[in-house]
Design a protein around this ligand. Sequence first.
Ligand SMILES: CC(C)(COP(=O)(O)OP(=O)(O)OC[C@H]1O[C@@H](n2cnc3c(N)ncnc32)[C@H](O)[C@@H]1OP(=O)(O)O)[C@@H](O)C(=O)NCCC(=O)NCCS
Length: 192
Amino acid sequence: MELVPAHEQIIFDYVTAAELEVAIKHEHIAFPPDEADSPEQFRYRFKHARHLFLGAFTVSAQTKGRKLIGHVCGTQSPVTYYTKESMSVHVPSSPSICVHSVVLLESYQKKGIGLQMMREYLLRIQRQNSTLEAENRQGKPERVLLVTHDDVRPFYEKAGFICKGKSDVVLGAGMWYEMSYPLKPSGSNPSK
Ligand SMILES: CC(C)(COP(=O)(O)OP(=O)(O)OC[C@H]1O[C@@H](n2cnc3c(N)ncnc32)[C@H](O)[C@@H]1OP(=O)(O)O)[C@@H](O)C(=O)NCCC(=O)NCCS
């Protein structure tokens, strides 16, 4: 596994309005046109669920600021399995978080960053749940859902997702598999 250059550090943080258009560009680089989510879907998710729109960034002493190199974004939904409709709707306080896009720029792939990013995403959701629980508030999500092609399944399984079988979702070419990550009671470590 090739390492990230020594002068670059990887950090994870929520995507800002200024970085949103870069994430949209990355989506269209990573996926074929019939699979890429639209700019409108991205802008909707950012507007309504930016606490579910995490970025991976490089920071370097040689450049000013941070550079977006990947993202995970989703919305909350009443569905119990992933649907195409969930891609364009955010229903706060509902039981599922549907992840719609997971992307890392090609030059940063296969270095373990994608898995770190996914684990960080799940950890933050788990923390948000702990806060809701501490404040005695209702509407904690119970699971994280997504669909994937067969070849990327091992990646999500390494992050702790369980494959629930073939999905009914039709999106571009090829078969999709339903993946589910059960959110654990607060206090437990989601990456274990
Ligand atoms: C999927 C993606 C986010 C993975 O990021 P990454 O940084 O390359 O993955 P990592 O290096 O963290 O890989 C972690 C583990 O998952 C496995 N894995 C990663 N990508 C995989 C893939 N495409 N297929 C199968 N396994 C994969 C790796 O083998 C690795 O296991 P190992 O450590 O035992 O070798 C990245 O490849 C990507 O953005 N791809 C293009 C967009 C895409 O396909 N997104 C997913 C849509 S469902």
